[in-house]
Design a protein around this ligand. Structure first.
Ligand code: PMP
Ligand code: GLN
Length: 383
């Protein structure tokens, strides 16, 4: 007899990113679906990793992350966001931003807790909440600018509300939170026991001269927050799967209790390399300009297609509406474009638990110009 298990995620299939990347590979399509750059990362940074390995940095590093890397990150938080972050107590290096999110949620959630999640929501949020026996209370961002309806948030708070999750710049929409949003979040959480998880993996991928509203800028919000970051996004190396979480000591202590029995510690040579490379501020400070040029180029190319732009202000992504030319569901259109036009995208309904379909597809523009040109040329004949 085959042993059976009771699934902890009975309603969950394979992530849409893998589904669309696989479909793209099967049909030889250009992949503007899953978010990853197709241009090379810094040779100086890969050189530093090789050097670290050759110099013998190949054993376990401290479970909370290489001290020199944590110090560099604390200094960066102080310079960019005027935040007083203690590198010994407030920063833990993790194998990616997803793991930081998973660990933060697992650290605090008890069965029956409620977590407010804005949809469209990055795909790991709700399953991780549910794995912990908690309940995701979903609130739709206002289409088409995907702003947060703060009155609805206020009305959704109950005695069981344990956490509010935010993501700026936002995946999949490229919406960014403003100082006014942060004020609203402060007003709603002040004097409560509500925690915040802030997903800031796209902190440097922000456009149009907008300043990133990190939780780290706001001491009152930081006191109740886990803030999650990803080196993969900042250094064009999503396959490195290295990130970190910043949280005040009283929250980080328990995060580390869970971290130490999960992965315990992360890749040593990459941390040695990053500690040195982080001194090179221009690299991340110029990232917004670099990626904005790609967004702008992609946007201009897309004007020759029947798609209508739903403007992005950050991230790797821009959404496009097809309401004007098709009645298909976004999943049907995404599949048709992959199979018949050779271009893979992500249907935005995948980021909603109930499949809300505003007839928009997400395109990843973090690509070489020639990739974007080739991809869009396939769409100009689209009906
Ligand atoms: N959050 C968001 C919004 C993302 O888009 C991603 C993308 N990969 C992550 C978290 C996870 O980052 P990582 O690859 O470092 O796990
Ligand atoms: N964050 C990336 C995206 O949104 C993909 C990460 C993944 O494949 N899980 O496309």
């Amino acid at each position: 007899m085959q042993p059976t298990i009771v699934s902890k995620l009975p309603h969950v299939g394979t992530t849409i990113f893998t589904v669309m990347s696989q479909l793209a590979a099967e049909h030889g399509a250009i992949n503007l679906g899953q978010g990853f750059p197709d241009f090379p990362m810094s040779a100086a940074l890969t050189g530093l990793v090789s050097k670290a390995m050759q110099e013998g940095h190949n054993q376990y590093v401290h479970m909370n992350g290489l001290p020199a890397l944590r110090e560099a990150l604390a200094k960066k938080a102080s310079r960019l966001y005027q935040a007083a972050i203690d590198p010994n107590t407030d920063i833990t290096v993790t194998p990616g931003g997803t793991y930081a999110i998973y660990t933060a949620l697992t650290t605090v959630l008890q069965p029956g807790d409620e977590v407010i999640v804005f949809e469209p929501a990055y795909d790991c949020y709700i399953p991780t909440i549910e794995l912990n026996g908690a309940k995701a209370v979903t609130i739709s961002l206002k289409y088409p600018d995907y702003s947060i309806p703060w009155d609805t948030v206020k009305a959704s708070i109950t005695p069981r509300t344990r956490m509010i999750m935010i993501n700026t710049p936002h995946n999949p929409t490229g919406a960014v939170l403003s100082a006014e949003d942060m004020k609203a979040l402060s007003a709603i959480t002040a004097g409560t026991n509500i925690l915040i998880l802030s997903d800031e993996v796209y902190e440097h991928l922000i456009f149009d001269g907008i300043a990133h509203q990190s939780i780290l800028r706001y001491p009152d919000l930081y006191a109740r927050s886990f803030v999650c970051f990803s080196f993969g996004k900042t250094y064009h190396c999503t396959g490195w799967k290295l990130g970190y979480c910043i949280a005040p000591n009283h929250l980080m202590q328990d995060f580390r209790k869970i971290h130490q029995f999960n992965c315990f510690t992360c890749d040593t040579p990459k941390q040695v390399a990053l500690a040195a490379y982080l001194q090179n501020e221009a690299d991340y400070l110029n990232l917004g300009t670099f990626m904005q040029a790609k967004r702008d180029y992609f946007r201009t190319l897309m004007e020759k297609t029947p798609f209508r732009c739903v403007p992005s202000h950050g991230s790797y992504f821009e959404c496009y509406s097809y309401e004007g030319f098709s009645k298909e569901t976004d999943k049907e259109l995404a599949i048709r474009l992959t199979k018949e036009y050779g271009i893979a995208t992500i249907p935005v309904s995948s980021f909603y638990r109930d499949g809300e379909d505003n007839k928009v597809l997400r395109f990843c523009f973090a690509k070489k110009e020639e990739t974007l040109e080739k991809a869009v040329s396939k769409l100009t004949s689209l009906k």
